[in-house]
Design a protein around this ligand. Structure first.
Ligand code: SF4
Ligand code: SF4
Ligand code: SF4
Length: 249
């Protein structure tokens, strides 16, 4: 019997599920070893007898709470996929404002009459609602890490995320540091695993993979010192993807 996988979207752009579909060759190979029984972006079946559930998106409405609890009851293994599911992601920007104000800004002045309809609540990562076995960070999640995790689950092997900052991969790529271009970069406190793709392409790191474990110890302090900054200075810039941490302190 092949293990049964299911994919579920909560609040997000569903870009992480697209990343799975974009991985055409490896996905075909994976399908030889698993059955996908629920994946709205790809198939019309709605199987409920899965063992491994992949969740894309954050929990941002009342109605999503019983939905994720039901999925948790069924799945032996629950995987949060992408910054929205792992961190709350950009959805948590709404947590800094009253929910009714958010409704007015997005849906217009009359929206508050329909609060019951939108049932919006402060956004949360999946792990803030139910236990999660694995997380695949990033916006979108890294499709190579998805395949690595899928293989580890099939083979019963250990899966671990890199626990060093993006700066390590950035230096390996030979990039000019964004601080030297006069920009603030979150690479010193952000978990590696993306090969510093944004900096390699002329941008800076916005921290979409979340904090490395214990950033105060692991951060690339010499880069910060060179530019007169501390870990605390750049942690303050973490709101775009990691605002949940800030409001839940
Ligand atoms: S993490 Fe990014 S790509 Fe994935 S669902 Fe959220 S916004 Fe979309
Ligand atoms: S601070 Fe940013 S640009 Fe500089 S080395 Fe680290 S990741 Fe690269
Ligand atoms: S460089 Fe930073 S923002 Fe870009 S993918 Fe990596 S962790 Fe995310």
């Amino acid at each position: 019997m092949k293990p049964k996988l299911a994919f579920f979207d909560f609040t997000g752009c569903e870009g992480c599920q697209l990343e799975v579909l974009n991985f055409e060759t490896e996905l075909v190979e994976l399908l030889q070893h698993v059955d996908i029984v629920n994946f709205r972006e790809a198939i019309s079946e709605k199987g409920q007898d899965y063992e491994i559930a992949f969740i894309d998106g954050a929990v941002t409405t009342e109605s999503e709470i019983p939905r994720i609890e039901k999925i948790r009851q069924q799945a032996k293994i629950l995987v949060a996929m992408g910054a929205c599911a792992c961190l709350g992601g950009v959805n948590c920007l709404k947590n800094f404002h009253p929910m009714e104000e958010n409704l007015k800004i997005v849906y217009g002045a009359n929206a508050c009459e329909y609060v019951w309809y939108y049932n919006t609540i402060p956004a949360r990562p999946v792990s803030a609602v139910v236990p999660v076995e694995y997380e695949l960070p990033g916006c979108p999640m890294n499709r190579y890490e998805f395949i690595k995790l899928a293989k580890a689950l099939l083979l019963g092997k250990k899966f671990e995320l890199p626990n060093y900052p993006v700066c390590v991969e950035c230096k390996q790529a030979g990039n000019v540091c964004a601080f030297d271009r006069g920009e603030i970069c979150l690479g010193p406190v952000t978990r590696a695993g993306c090969n510093a793709i944004c900096i390699t392409n002329g941008r800076r790191c916005w921290g979409c993979r979340g904090l490395v474990d214990d950033p105060n110890v692991n951060s690339e302090k010499e880069i910060l010192q060179k530019h007169g900054l501390t870990v605390a200075d750049i942690l303050g810039q973490f709101r775009l993807f990691d605002g949940y941490l800030e409001v839940s302190k």
